[in-house]
Write a protein that binds this ligand. Structure first.
Ligand code: G1P
Length: 314
C-alpha cells in the first residue's frame, strides 16, 4: 500500500445551510406576508436559485434555518398533490415539470431559529444537522450565475487545504460598510479557474470605510469547518447587537486556524436591495432563451426614449 493510500481521505462537505429567517425589511410592504426569499427573480423564487446552486455543487442535503412567517418556504419545497393533479388533467406538462423541479432539487430540512440573534446564531442552529463535517453556508441575497462555479472552487480549496473558505469580491471602499471586510495576504495556493485563492489575516463586520482593512467583502458563500460551532457558542454579540459569523471567523484567524479566501471573478447578481433586485431581474431575464429576445428589443427602444439624466420626463 502506498503512503498516500494510508492517509485518511479528506472528508468533503456534503451539506448546505441556508439561513432564511431574515425579516426582509428592505422589501416592505411586499414582505409583510411573503418571505423575501420567495420574491420572484424572473419566474422563480430567489431561493430556488440558491438551492439549485448547492445541488449543482454536489451538496444534496440542505438545511434551511427559518423563523416566524416563513411557512410558505416549507410549502414551496414540498409536493403539492392538488396542483399537480390539476396540471396533469390539463395536460400542462411544462408547468408540471417546473413544479416537480422545485421539490426534486435537494433533500430540504428545516430548523427554526427562535430568536433573530444574527447570522452567527442562525448558523449555530445547524450544529446537530451538520455534525463533525465541513459544510457550506449560502446566503440568499447573492445569486451566482449558473455558468460560474464559485462554490465548487471553494469546496475544492476546503477539501485540499482544510480550514474555512470564504467568497470575496472587491466592492470598492464606498460600499464596504455593508459587508464583512477582510485583510488578506497572497495565498500559497494556486488560483482555481481564474478565482484567486488568498489567505485571510483579519475580518471586521461592516466597518466604516476609514476603518476597513481593504475593499474586499465577504459575499454570501462560506465553506466552514465544524470547529466554527464551538467558537460561535462563545461569540458575544457584535455589530448591531447580533452574533456575527464574521467575528467567529476572526477568532479562528486569531487562533492561527486557516481561513482561505476565494476572490470571485464571475457573474453575481445581488438581490439584496430594491435597485439591485431590479437590475438582477432584468439581467437574468434578458439572457433567457424564451424572454430574452423580446425583452432586449423592448429595452433598447425604452432606453432610447428615456430623457437625458436630469431632464424631467415629458
Ligand atoms: C451578511 C454578513 C456579512 C456579509 C454579507 C454578504 O450580512 O454578516 O459579513 O458580507 O452577509 O451578503 P447581511 O447582508 O446579512 O447583513
Amino acid at each position: 500500500m502506498s503512503s498516500s493510500a494510508s492517509r485518511p481521505a479528506p472528508r468533503p462537505a456534503r451539506k448546505a445551510v441556508i439561513p432564511v429567517a431574515g425579516m426582509g425589511t428592505r422589501f416592505l410592504p411586499a414582505t409583510k406576508a411573503v418571505p423575501k426569499e420567495l420574491l420572484p427573480v424572473v419566474d422563480r423564487p430567489a431561493l430556488e436559485y440558491i438551492v439549485e446552486e448547492a445541488a449543482r455543487a454536489g451538496l444534496p442535503e440542505v438545511l434551511m434555518v427559518t423563523g416566524r412567517g416563513k411557512a410558505a418556504i416549507e410549502d414551496y419545497f414540498d409536493r403539492n398533490p392538488e396542483l399537480e393533479t390539476a396540471l396533469e388533467k390539463k395536460g400542462d406538462a411544462g408547468r408540471l415539470a417546473a413544479v416537480h423541479a422545485s421539490t426534486n432539487l435537494a433533500q430540504v430540512h428545516f430548523v427554526r431559529q427562535g430568536e433573530a440573534k444574527g447570522l452567527g446564531h442562525a448558523v449555530l442552529q445547524a450544529a446537530a444537522f451538520v455534525g463533525n463535517e465541513p459544510f457550506a453556508v449560502l446566503l440568499g441575497d447573492d445569486i451566482i450565475d449558473a455558468r460560474d462555479h464559485l462554490l465548487e472552487h471553494m469546496l475544492a480549496v476546503q477539501a485540499e487545504h482544510g480550514g474555512c473558505v470564504i467568497a470575496l469580491l472587491d466592492v470598492g471602499m464606498e460600499n464596504i460598510d455593508k459587508y464583512g471586510a477582510v485583510a488578506v495576504e497572497p495565498g500559497a495556493h494556486p488560483a482555481v479557474d481564474g478565482d484567486e485563492v488568498v489567505t485571510v489575516t483579519g475580518l471586521v463586520e461592516k466597518p466604516p470605510a476609514d476603518e476597513a482593512p481593504s475593499s474586499l467583502a465577504i459575499i454570501g458563500r462560506y465553506v466552514l469547518a465544524p470547529e466554527i460551532f464551538e467558537v460561535l457558542r462563545e461569540t458575544a454579540p457584535g455589530r448591531g447587537g447580533e452574533i456575527q459569523l464574521t467575528d467567529a471567523l476572526a477568532t479562528l484567524v486569531a487562533r492561527g486556524e486557516p481561513v482561505h479566501g476565494v476572490i470571485f471573478s464571475g457573474r453575481r447578481y445581488d438581490t439584496g436591495d430594491r435597485l439591485d433586485y431590479l437590475k438582477a431581474v432584468i439581467q437574468l431575464a434578458s439572457e433567457r432563451d424564451d424572454l430574452g429576445p423580446p425583452l432586449r428589443a423592448w429595452l433598447q427602444e425604452f432606453v432610447a426614449g428615456l430623457p437625458a439624466e436630469g431632464a424631467s420626463p415629458s
